[in-house]
Design a protein around this ligand. Structure first.
Ligand SMILES: C[S@@+](CC[C@H](N)C(=O)[O-])C[C@H]1O[C@@H](n2cnc3c(N)ncnc32)[C@H](O)[C@@H]1O
Length: 285
């Protein structure tokens, strides 16, 4: 057996969980690379993948990669965006009541559902006061299902770039943009991949990074500082959860000390406000 054929089988197995099956094979392949030497060193012990699949090593690799992918992606998915494909295909208006149903499919947007309108008004009132042009462009990174909340934006952007990990999810957001005539585009980006983040050199007036930095930091410490420094935007709206997923534990303010310091050092203006489950930082370069 060869590493490459094993990889393909492993990817299929790892994705065989509904909360992970929209993820790109290439992302899972990157996670598998960590185990390449381990897999190669035991390959000749097995004559078939079926046999290898029964080994403790294989089971450990699968469960560890699934746990990683759940932590960064799967845990937030309450209903796969795929399940809304028929609804999205039929949508022709971004104000359609079905939007609430779609937003309820993601942990972050369901928690924001009763707060979207006032939150977006607070955000944009402040950004316009700080000099943001009413004709602004927007980039929404690690967006989850947030682009479906377009109707709540008090003034619509001249262009809206959305991105998250899954190509399949991004194709459904593109379908939503197209059917509802939003000037937007969605692309799959891994914010921890050097190659992917080259696109961030393009200028967007406002950058949203909602509840994204904890995931990035959990995988690669200090990655968010590097990422923010790369993003070519004048205004940033960065949010953090106030509680751990499932609302079980409050997240200690001391966990955000690094961000308080970083934002004080790198931005000329800063304003912080809170809603039920989320703390927002409004920042101007
Ligand atoms: C807590 S959710 C927030 C979603 C959305 N920003 C919101 O607040 O509605 C975190 C998001 O980060 C995305 N994510 C995690 N790691 C990522 C990475 N390396 N690159 C891009 N997106 C990532 C996940 O897929 C998930 O959609």
């Amino acid at each position: 057996m060869e590493y490459q054929s094993i990889t393909l089988e492993l990817i299929k197995l790892i994705k065989n969980k509904k909360e992970l099956n929209s993820l790109d094979d290439s992302l899972i392949e990157t996670h598998l690379l960590k185990y390449k030497n381990e897999i190669n060193s035991i390959l000749n012990k097995y004559v078939s993948f079926k046999q290898f699949q029964k080994s403790a090593v294989c089971k450990d690799i699968i469960s560890s990669i699934r746990a990683d992918l759940r932590e960064i992606y799967g845990v937030f998915i309450k209903t796969n965006l795929n399940n809304f494909e028929k609804n999205i295909t039929k949508l022709n208006n971004y104000e359609d009541p079905l939007i609430e149903k779609i937003l309820s499919g993601h942990q972050s947007s369901i928690e924001r559902l009763n707060h979207y309108s006032k939150t977006y008004i607070l955000i944009f009132n402040k950004l316009f006061e700080w000099g943001l042009n009413k004709k602004y462009s927007l980039i929404d990174l690690a967006c989850g299902f947030n682009p479906f909340a377009y109707k709540y934006l008090p003034i619509k952007p001249t262009k809206y770039l959305a991105s998250d990990l899954s190509t399949k999810d991004m194709s459904l957001i593109n379908l939503f943009f197209k059917n509802t005539k939003i000037k937007g585009e969605a692309i799959a980006l891994n914010l921890l991949s050097q190659n992917d983040t080259d696109i961030l050199k393009n200028h967007y007036d406002v950058c949203f990074l909602f509840k994204a930095l904890d995931s990035l930091e959990s995988k690669s410490r200090h990655s968010s500082k590097k990422l923010i420094s790369k993003i070519n935007s004048d205004f940033f709206v960065i949010s953090f959860p106030k509680k751990t997923i499932g609302g079980k534990k409050e997240i200690k303010l001391s966990k955000r000390t690094w961000f308080e310091r970083f934002s004080d050092q790198n931005f000329s203006k800063k304003e912080v406000f809170e809603i039920e489950n989320e703390t927002f930082y409004l920042l101007k370069k």
